[in-house]
Design a binder for this molecule. Structure first.
Ligand SMILES: Nc1ncnc2c1ncn2[C@@H]1O[C@H](COP(=O)(O)OP(=O)(O)O)[C@@H](O)[C@H]1O
Ligand SMILES: [Mg+2]
Length: 426
């Protein structure tokens, strides 16, 4: 590390401490030499001297990313050019707070202003919400899912309990079969719940989404779909999760134009596969999810197919508190009033809340970098984040109102109607 260039740059800076260009040059040299922590210190000094200096700001970001890359992954010579650290996901989500704390050094004040009643589970992957769905099994369990107690109970009754107690279930004539549709506004935990179910299950959990199945020519999609179901049956007991099923199972009547025949075939194949479930297919449970249940072909929802639907509603006050706590707990925080945050985030989805936590973390990170000392996430950062993020469930609920008014004759959307009623009364 006692590079002669660095030593002479430091000497020059001692003589001219206000020389921002020279300091940035030192920071770049330090970063290229594999010392991002020192580079951060110099870049933040440069930024303090010249807050409008974009080069210094950029360098801070690059150095922070380099700091967060795993030890050994740092390649001394390529840091200044590319921006992102090699091999590590770029961006603030990849920031390693523990390491930063160690490198920059500072005491961290108490996290929450109230005692946390929530048991802290295994560290979940606090990505930025866009992370791919396929995580290793057991990474998420139902205890990571905030709120949604009704939904959890229904999942427990319909297949988690029977699977855990196969003998008892058999005695009562309950076999693992059938299907359940999770529906609700985007970002409220449908996919997340399915991952949690996978974490709870001792059985095989297969997950398919639109992109897995859709092929580029006629017949291919059908074949793929059949293959998925065949595999699921072969590995029974299995829970097969079909995410965003509306993209596969659209109302056939609504399909027109060139792609219509193609899509219709797909719906028919899906129906066929769901039907063979009720025949020789004990041990196959189909869990499906959609934001737009009203776009689904009615035939998919008939008895023996996805004959039960559960609303995965936007998180209530308690659930919002628990989701926020979940997404903040592994970050440096101080004086966070989760109850207050839950109060001011009515209408926010789980994904919105995660976005709020990540945005606040970014703000605290940039502040930490500029100061050269860890500055934990505070209510101020969260307040700033909340000013930038709008609740996303409002629009969905508005459009759902019409559906409930005009197409709830069979009572399928009763729980949605109850939710909307409750909102109106408040
Ligand atoms: N009830 C919840 N508890 C905890 N986190 C949640 C909850 N709902 C949503 N999230 C967070 O938001 C992200 C997006 O949710 P997701 O399950 O993909 O929504 P959906 O499939 O309903 O559109 C999840 O990965 C999770 O981090
Ligand atoms: Mg989803």
């Amino acid at each position: 590390m006692t590079d002669p260039v660095i030593a002479s740059l430091r000497r020059a800076l001692e003589a001219h401490p206000g020389d921002v260009v020279l300091r940035i040059h030192l920071a770049q040299t330090l970063l290229a030499g594999g010392d991002p922590a020192a580079a951060i210190a110099e870049a933040s000094l440069a930024l303090q001297a010249d807050p409008a200096n974009d080069q210094a700001r950029l360098l801070l970001g690059t150095a922070a990313t380099a700091l967060s890359s795993p030890p050994g992954a740092a390649e001394p010579d390529d840091a200044p050019g590319g921006g992102a650290a090699p091999g590590a996901p770029a961006g603030p989500a990849a920031f390693d707070w523990d390491k930063a704390e160690h490198e920059v050094g500072s005491a961290v004040p108490p996290p929450f202003v109230e005692a946390s009643p929530v048991p802290v589970g295994p560290a979940a992957d606090d990505g930025d919400g866009t992370a791919p769905v396929e995580v290793p099994r057991e990474a998420v369990t139902l205890s990571d899912v905030g709120g949604l107690d009704d939904v959890k109970r229904r999942l427990e009754e319909s297949f988690l309990a029977p699977m855990r107690n196969a003998e008892v279930a058999r005695a009562f004539g309950k076999s693992l079969r059938g299907g359940l549709l999770l529906y609700g506004p985007p970002g409220c935990g449908k996919t997340f719940l399915a991952r949690a179910v996978a974490g709870e299950l001792g059985a095989t959990f297969l997950s398919v989404s639109m992109t897995d199945v859709i092929g580029s020519f006629m017949g291919e999609t059908q074949k793929n779909l059949k293959r998925v179901f065949d595999e699921a049956r072969a590995q029974a007991p299995t829970v097969l999760f079909i995410d965003e099923i509306d993209s596969l199972g659209m109302r056939r009547g609504a399909l027109s134009g060139g792609g219509a025949a193609w899509l219709r075939q797909m719906v028919n194949e899906l129906l066929l596969q769901l039907d063979s479930m009720s025949g020789d297919n004990d041990g196959l449970y189909v869990l499906a999810a959609t934001n737009n249940p009203w776009d689904l072909d009615e035939a998919l929802l008939r008895p023996g197919r996805l004959d039960r639907s559960i609303l995965v509603s936007p998180p209530d006050h308690e659930a919002r508190a628990s989701i926020l706590r979940h997404h903040l707990k592994n970050r440096p925080i101080a004086g966070i009033d989760v109850q207050h945050l839950a109060t001011v985030t009515e209408g926010f989805s789980g994904a919105d809340l995660e976005h709020v936590a990540v945005t606040a973390a970014e703000k605290a990170m940039m502040q930490s970098i500029a100061q050269g000392a860890i500055s934990p996430i505070t209510m101020d950062h969260l307040g700033d984040a909340l000013r930038e993020i709008r609740p996303s469930t409002v629009a969905w609920l508005e459009s759902a109102r019409n559906v409930v008014r005009f197409s709830n004759a069979n009572g399928r959307y009763d729980d949605l109607a109850a939710l909307l009623d409750g909102k109106k009364r408040r």
